[in-house]
Ligand binder design. Structure first.
Ligand SMILES: Cc1ncc(COP(=O)(O)O)c(C=O)c1O
Length: 411
C-alpha cells in the first residue's frame, strides 16, 4: 500500500464543504464525481451571498459606490486568475461561461478568420465533445480537414503519429491538458513546441488540469488555454479563456453588444480594447467574484499539497480496485491525475452506478462526453471515480466494498 505523510488536515478540509455532511440513501455520502464538477467550500458559497447581499451592481461605467465595489471585485478576480495561469497581462484573460464557450469562441473568431479551405486542424482521440464538435462545425463550414492523434492501449497520445501529421497545412492544434475520461496528463509542452515549429497555433483545454496541476501559460507557450471554474471548487457558469495578446488583437469579436464596443453609430462600430472586446453583455459578476475565493482556497492549502494527497488516493485506489476479479482499468498512462475509469466483466456501467448510489457513493457512468474514445476501446462506457482534496482512503474502501456488493447482487 502507498503511504505518504499527510500535510493537509483532510477532516478539517471536509468540514469546509457542507454538502459532504449528508446521507444519501441512508449512507454517508461519498462524492467521487469530481471530474464532472467539484463541490464548493463555504467561503465560495459565502462570497456569492456576500456579493448579492452587499455589492450587487452592474460593472464598469457606474459611478456610484456599489458599481465601484462590484467592478473592483470583478477585476480583482481577473488579476487573480492571471496570476493563477502565469499570464503576463490581464488583457489576455477573458471571462466566459466555461471551457465549452472558450473553445467555441476561438473556433468562431480565430478559426473563421485564419483557417481556410484546404488547411488542417489537429485534435486528439482523448478529447471531450466540446473540443471536437466546434472544430467539426468549422471544418464543415469551410472545407477544412480535421485530423485526430490516435490513442495507445495505455490511454496515452501516440506522439510519433502526431509528429507525422504535422505540416505547414496545419493551422491549429487543440488538445486537452488532462483527459476527463482516463486522467491521462498529456505532454502539452512537447505538443505545443512541435506545432509551433510548423507555424500552427495551439489551444489547450485545461478543464481537467486546472485543479490538479500548476499551470504556466508562458512557460508552456500556449496560444490559448481554457478552463471552467466549477472544476476547481468555484461556481458553475464561469470560465476563462487565456489568449496571447497579439493573437486576441488580430481576432474579430465573438458576440456583439454592450461592453465590447468603443463607439457605435449606424454607419460603423469600433470595438473595445482587450479583454472587453470579447465580453459582450452583463457578465456573471457574482460567480466571477467567487472564482477568486476558490483560487484563494486552493492557494491556502497549496496546489502541491492537494496534488500529493490526490496522487496518494489515485495509487491507493488503483491498487485496491485491481484486486477485484473481473475489473479492468481503462487508461493506465504513466502520467495521470486522480481519475480512474473501469469496466467490469458482465456488468453494465450504469448498473454499477445505480447500485453504488444506493450505497451513498456517487460515481459517473457512461461515455463521459468522449464517445470516440469509448469506441477506441470498444466499450459502451466506463464507471469513473475521480478524487478531490476532500476524499479519503476510507471512502475508497467503501467504493471497493460497494463494488463487491454489486458483484454479489448481479453475478
Ligand atoms: C476535458 C474537458 N473539456 C471540456 C469540458 C467542458 O467543460 P464545461 O462543461 O465546463 O464547459 C469538460 C467537462 O467535463 C472536460 O472535462
Amino acid at each position: 500500500m502507498t503511504t505518504i505523510t499527510e500535510i493537509l488536515d483532510i477532516q478539517a478540509i471536509r468540514a469546509d464543504f457542507p454538502i459532504l455532511n449528508q446521507e444519501i440513501n441512508g449512507k454517508k455520502l461519498v462524492y467521487f464525481d469530481n471530474a464532472a464538477t467539484t463541490q464548493k467550500p463555504t467561503s465560495v458559497i459565502d462570497a456569492i451571498a456576500h456579493y448579492y447581499n452587499f455589492d450587487n451592481a452592474n460593472i464598469h461605467r457606474g459611478i456610484h459606490t456599489l458599481a465601484e465595489r462590484a467592478t473592483r471585485d470583478f477585476e480583482a478576480s481577473r488579476e487573480a486568475i492571471r496570476a493563477f495561469l502565469g499570464a503576463s497581462s490581464i488583457e489576455e484573460i477573458i471571462f466566459t461561461s466555461g471551457t465549452t464557450q472558450g473553445i467555441n469562441l476561438v473556433a468562431s473568431t480565430f478559426g473563421r478568420k485564419f483557417i481556410k479551405e484546404g488547411d488542417e486542424i489537429i485534435i486528439s482521440g482523448l478529447e471531450h465533445h466540446s473540443n471536437i464538435v466546434p472544430w467539426q462545425m468549422l471544418c464543415e463550414e469551410k472545407g477544412i480537414k480535421l485530423k485526430v492523434i490516435p490513442v495507445t492501449d495505455l490511454g496515452e497520445l501516440d506522439m510519433e503519429a502526431y509528429q507525422n501529421m504535422l505540416s505547414e497545412k496545419v493551422k491549429l492544434v487543440s488538445v486537452n491538458h488532462v483527459s476527463n475520461s482516463l486522467g491521462t496528463i498529456n505532454p502539452v509542452k512537447e505538443i505545443i513546441d512541435l506545432a509551433h515549429s510548423f507555424g500552427a497555433k495551439v489551444l489547450i483545454d485545461g478543464a481537467q488540469a486546472s485543479s490538479h496541476l500548476n499551470i504556466d501559460v508562458q512557460a508552456l507557450d500556449a496560444d490559448f488555454y481554457t478552463l471552467s471554474a466549477h472544476k476547481l471548487y468555484g461556481p458553475t457558469g464561469i470560465g476563462v479563456l487565456y489568449g496571447k495578446k497579439e493573437i486576441l488583437n488580430a481576432m474579430p469579436p465573438y458576440m456583439g453588444g454592450g461592453e465590447m464596443i468603443k463607439e457605435v453609430t449606424f454607419e460603423k462600430t469600433t470595438y473595445n480594447e482587450l479583454p472587453y472586446k470579447f465580453e459582450a453583455g452583463t457578465p456573471n459578476i457574482a460567480d466571477v467574484v467567487a472564482l477568486k475565493t476558490a483560487l484563494e482556497y486552493i492557494a491556502f492549502h497549496g496546489k502541491e499539497n492537494i496534488a500529493a494527497h490526490e496522487d496518494m488516493l489515485l495509487h491507493y485506489a488503483t491498487e485496491q480496485l485491481l484486486e477485484i476479479d473481473g475489473l479492468k482499468i481503462i487508461g493506465q498512462a504513466k502520467e495521470k491525475v486522480s481519475v480512474i475509469s473501469f469496466v467490469m466483466d458482465g456488468i453494465h456501467p450504469q448498473d454499477i452506478g445505480v447500485l453504488l448510489d444506493n450505497q451513498g457513493i456517487a460515481v459517473r457512468t457512461g461515455h463521459h462526453c468522449t464517445q470516440p474514445l469509448m469506441q477506441r476501446f470498444n466499450i459502451v462506457g466506463t464507471t469513473r471515480a475521480s478524487f478531490a482534496v476532500y476524499n479519503t482512503t476510507e471512502e475508497i474502501d467503501r467504493l471497493v466494498a460497494g463494488i463487491h456488493r454489486v458483484k454479489k447482487m448481479l453475478l
